[in-house]
Design a protein around this ligand. Structure first.
Ligand SMILES: [Zn+2]
Ligand SMILES: [Zn+2]
Length: 338
C-alpha cells in the first residue's frame, strides 16, 4: 500500500509566512512585497507585522494569495532588546480568510495609538497582559489556536532562547527551522537541533522556512533578507481555504533552496524524490539515521530508506552542493503504521 506523505496530486506553492512591511518595521509596502515575491516565483505571502493583524485581501489575485497574520513578542524587558535580553516571538496566521480579529490584544500597550485605532479586536475580550513566562506564552499559543490561527515559534537563536526556555513551550503548530533575516544578520538560525528537542519532548510540530524580511538593504546587498528561506505548500489549488487546509494537514516542507518533489511510503520503504543533492538524510532521532547518495559519485535525485516501525519518527533533509537544506516535517510511525 502506498501512503503519500506529501500529497501526490496538486501543486507546490512557494510561501513566505513571516514578513514585515511598512505597517511595522519593514521598508517595503505590502503591495511592493507582493510584487517582489510574485516576481521571484512565490505564490503565498503573509505580512506578519509586529503586533498588528491586518488583512491584505485586496492584493490577492488568481496567481497570488495574501494570508492574514501578525507577530507577537514577549520580552524580559518591555520594548528593549539589550545585549542579553531573552524574548519569544510567535507568528499567528489566520486559517480562515474572513478572520481579521487580532487575538491576545491589548487596548493600550504594544502598539501605537493610530494603529490601535485600525485593529479589529473582540471588545468582549479582556486586555491580554503579557509576561515573559512559559505559562503566559503557552496561553497565547492556546488562544491563537482556539481563534483559528496557525501558530509558529520563531527564530530561537536571535531570541537568545535555549533549551530551558523553549522546552517549556507547548501547543504551537510549527517552528522556524530556518529564519533567513537572522542568518544574513549573523545568527546561526538553522535550527534542526531545536526541532529534534521539540520532537523528543513529544511536541509533534511542523517546520517552516521563512525570510522574516525587513528589506532594509538593496536587493544586491548580502544583507538583503528576502528569498532565502521558504515553505513549499502542496495543495490542490491556490485559494485561501486550500492553503489553510494544507497548513493544518502538514502538507509542506521547509527549504533554503533544494526541493523535495515527492515523499511516500510503500511496503515499509520510504521514497524521496528531490532536486540534485549531495546527500539525503533520513533522520530518526535514534541511532538508526541513514544517508542516501547518488550513483557513481553523482548527485542524488532520489533515495529509498527502510522505515523501522520501532522508530518513533523520521524526517528527511536534502542537502545541495552549496550546503543548503530542504527539511521535511517529522512523520510518526504510530500514525503511519497504527
Ligand atoms: Zn521576530
Ligand atoms: Zn519578524
Amino acid at each position: 500500500m502506498r501512503i503519500d506523505l506529501l500529497p501526490a496530486e496538486g501543486t507546490f506553492y512557494k510561501a513566505n509566512l513571516h514578513a514585515h512591511s511598512t505597517e511595522s518595521d519593514g521598508r517595503l509596502t505590502p503591495a511592493e512585497l507582493k510584487e517582489a515575491y510574485k516576481a521571484h516565483g512565490y505564490s503565498v505571502l503573509s505580512c506578519t507585522d509586529h503586533e498588528f493583524l491586518l488583512a491584505h485581501h485586496e492584493l490577492t489575485d488568481p496567481e497570488f494569495l495574501m494570508m492574514t497574520g501578525f507577530e507577537m513578542s514577549f520580552s524580559e524587558e518591555q520594548r528593549t532588546y539589550r545585549r542579553e535580553t531573552k524574548c519569544c516571538h510567535i507568528c499567528f496566521v489566520a486559517l480562515d480568510e474572513k478572520n481579521d480579529v487580532q487575538p491576545c490584544f491589548h487596548r493600550t500597550k504594544y502598539l501605537e495609538p493610530e494603529k490601535i485605532a485600525r485593529v479589529h479586536f473582540d471588545p468582549a475580550e479582556p486586555d491580554f497582559e503579557r509576561e515573559y513566562t512559559p505559562e503566559c506564552i503557552n496561553e497565547a499559543i492556546r488562544i491563537g489556536r482556539e481563534k483559528g490561527f496557525f501558530v509558529t515559534y520563531n527564530h530561537p537563536v536571535w531570541s537568545l532562547e535555549r533549551y530551558p526556555e523553549y522546552s517549556r513551550y507547548k501547543g504551537m503548530h510549527a517552528m522556524e527551522i530556518c529564519n533567513y533575516s537572522s542568518v544574513v544578520s549573523g545568527y546561526d538560525e538553522y535550527n534542526p537541533r531545536v526541532y529534534e528537542d521539540f520532537l523528543h519532548l513529544g511536541q509533534r510540530i511542523f517546520v517552516q522556512g521563512t525570510d522574516d524580511n525587513h528589506n532594509r538593504q538593496q536587493p544586491d546587498h548580502p544583507k538583503w533578507d528576502s528569498f532565502g528561506a521558504f515553505t513549499m505548500i502542496r495543495a490542490p489549488r491556490l485559494d485561501y481555504a486550500s492553503i489553510a487546509a494544507a497548513l493544518r494537514a502538514g502538507h509542506f516542507y521547509a527549504s533554503q533552496g533544494p526541493e523535495i518533489t515527492a515523499l511516500w511510503i510503500e511496503d515499509g520503504l520510504l521514497h524521496v524524490e528531490c532536486s540534485p543533492a549531495v546527500r539525503v538524510y533520513c533522520i530518526t532521532g535514534a541511532r538508526r539515521s541513514k544517508a542516501g547518495y547518488g550513483e557513481n559519485g553523482g548527485m542524488a535525485t532520489r533515495a529509498e530508506f527502510r522505515i523501522d516501525p520501532d522508530d518513533e519518527y523520521f524526517r528527511i533533509s536534502v542537502q545541495d552542493e552549496q550546503g543548503l537544506r530542504a527539511d521535511s516535517n517529522a512523520y510518526f510511525t504510530d500514525e503511519i503504521f497504527g
